[in-house]
Design a binder for this molecule. Structure first.
Ligand code: PMP
Length: 338
């Protein structure tokens, strides 16, 4: 029997990301470190969970060679899944609401994913709601596996067995606080569990966009009506099943404006091009650092690369239109090219 071809080496490039100290920000009495998850091959921390979720489905026998994977996302999880699925020879169907940027859809299709566009103006319970469509399609296609990152135990596992041990080793076993955001809650729950067992002094600090319910829920046990926010990938209007909020020791609410300006500062001060959720995490980490009276060693994450935000938060005109920045002089092309 011919041996099966070796999987592309790109899969071995997921994880083991660098961790660097930020030296150009005011961090009060603390030292602040950033783990560069934007350097994963698919450009985000989600490559890690794409690999563990697919490998878990292989291990428990639900996913057969050449089988079909289904997920409802246009975000980084979709890119990670597309990368791993194409490397391992699986068919991937992504159900995507029609408000998503064309660049993202083109990127997913270029990676070989099948993209099905559905309505973004309908909610849970409607037949065209993207998550309900994913469930229905899974039932229709024999042997198809619905990844469902919000309820998949192999999502936090990626951080418990990968991200957490890497950070502790890179910090020489000495870390006082870890600042994270919550989208699915995988990062929080996985890192939280790891540190509780292996480094109990490490406090988990939540960075939450204004409008999300999570920071309020942690601080007061209740929350107002969820609002909306511009930052992508974090903040929730519900608590996902895999998200264990009891692991959080402290929480900060960060406005879109503070998050985006902080992400821009990260590029100009430290030369790191990261996305909008990184801005929220870094802004919360900086607040936490400056609130301390004792020196602490604090870590946060660059969750994804800033490439796909170049025409948004790194564009002064877009920032001006959103009211996040004074608008540059109208019609002066020097502003565009300087
Ligand atoms: N940042 C970005 C850019 C993301 O896409 C996500 C996931 N949606 C997160 C942070 C949050 O990670 P988690 O799903 O593990 O809570």
């Amino acid at each position: 029997m011919p041996s099966s071809p070796r999987p592309p080496a790109v899969l071995s490039q997921i994880g083991n990301t660098p961790l660097i100290e930020l030296t150009r920000f005011d961090t009060g009495p603390c030292r602040l470190f950033l783990k560069l998850e934007n350097q994963n091959p698919g450009g985000s921390i989600k490559d890690r969970i794409a690999l563990t979720m697919i490998e878990a489905a292989e291990r428990d026998g639900r996913l057969k060679p050449g089988g079909t994977l289904i997920e409802a996302t246009a975000g980084n999880t979709g890119l990670g899944l597309a990368l791993v699925a194409s490397a391992k020879g699986y068919r991937l169907i992504l159900i995507i609401p029609d408000k998503m940027a064309l660049e993202k859809i083109n990127h997913l299709r270029a990676l070989g994913a099948e993209v099905r566009i559905t309505r973004s103006d309908v909610g849970k319970g409607h037949p065209e709601y993207y998550q309900d469509m994913a469930e229905r399609l899974t039932a229709e296609i024999p042997g198809a596996v619905y990844i469902n990152q919000f309820a998949n135990a192999a999502n936090p596992l990626a951080h418990e067995i990968g991200t957490g041990p890497e950070i502790l080793a890179q910090m020489d076993g000495d870390i006082d606080a870890m600042v994270v955001g919550v989208g699915s809650g995988g990062t929080l729950s996985g890192l939280g569990r790891f540190f509780k067992n292996k480094s109990p002094k490490t406090k988990m600090v939540l960075a939450d966009p204004r409008g999300s319910i999570l920071a309020d829920l942690i601080k007061t046990g209740r929350h107002d009506e969820p609002g909306s926010w511009v930052v992508e990938g974090i903040g929730e209007d519900f608590v996902p099943p895999i998200c264990d909020l009891s692991l959080v020791g402290d929480a900060y609410t960060i406005t879109d404006q503070e998050a985006l300006l902080t992400a821009r500062d990260l590029l100009t001060k430290e030369g790191i091009l990261a996305g909008s959720s990184t801005g929220t995490l870094l802004a919360a980490a900086l607040r936490y650092c400056r609130d301390q009276t004792e020196p602490k060693r604090v870590v946060t994450l660059a969750c994804d690369t800033g490439n796909k935000y170049l025409s948004k938060m790194f564009n002064d005109f877009w920032m001006g239109d959103q009211g996040f920045l004074d608008r540059p002089r109208h019609g002066d092309l020097r502003d565009l090219i300087s």
